[in-house]
Write a protein that binds this ligand. Structure first.
Ligand code: HEM
Length: 151
């Protein structure tokens, strides 16, 4: 059972977090290129949709993570508590800064307003922090410092 849960957890991380990383990273340059071009705005809209939909699917990652952890009896382990904290911070940055800022920039494009470079740079910064956090969680999940279970 643990193996099934762990497989689903890793699968969810690849399928959901991967697309969010790519689409969110492409978003700021896509906004800068879009300008008044309708096709460019369409690309930005698609990237925003990918971020939204796959962030929702990404909720399966911590859910399956908790299920795996309780099946393995490692819920109190320090590496896991650190991972859970970093996952929560990453999710918070995505929900509080990245997704709302994407919406604002898309609204500006839809309204035909000029998008300032500082606006996309700020979004790129939060997106970078989000990516760095979950990449750190992935390394923690694999290295599991201090763990006596597994390799
Ligand atoms: C609340 C958040 C999370 C919890 C409770 C959790 C829990 C777990 C547990 C218990 C394992 C098994 C470790 C072992 O084999 O001893 C695991 C493995 C793994 N997790 Fe998570 N996880 C969480 C978030 C994440 C996130 C955000 C990612 C990546 C985006 C991730 C990626 C992985 C990977 C790649 C493995 C496989 C490591 C390996 O077996 O070498 N996890 N996770």
């Amino acid at each position: 059972m643990t193996k099934v849960l762990l497989s689903l957890h890793v699968l969810a991380a690849i399928v959901a977090v991967g697309p969010v990383t790519v689409a969110a990273s492409m978003f700021p340059p896509a906004v800068r290129r879009a300008g008044a071009d309708a096709a460019g705005v369409g690309t930005v809209r698609l990237l925003r949709r990918i971020c939204r939909v796959y962030s929702g699917i990404g909720l399966a990652v911590p859910a399956l993570g908790f299920a795996t952890a309780s099946a393995m009896g490692v819920l109190g382990d320090k590496w896991l508590v650190a991972s859970i904290t970093l996952t929560a911070v990453a999710a918070g940055i995505l929900i509080a800064f990245v997704l709302p800022r994407q919406d604002e920039l898309l609204e500006q494009l839809d309204a035909g307003q000029a998008v300032e470079r500082s606006g996309t740079a700020r979004l790129a910064m939060f997106t970078g922090i989000f990516n760095l956090l979950w990449a750190t969680v992935t390394v923690l999940m694999i290295v599991r410092p201090g763990s006596t279970t597994g390799a």
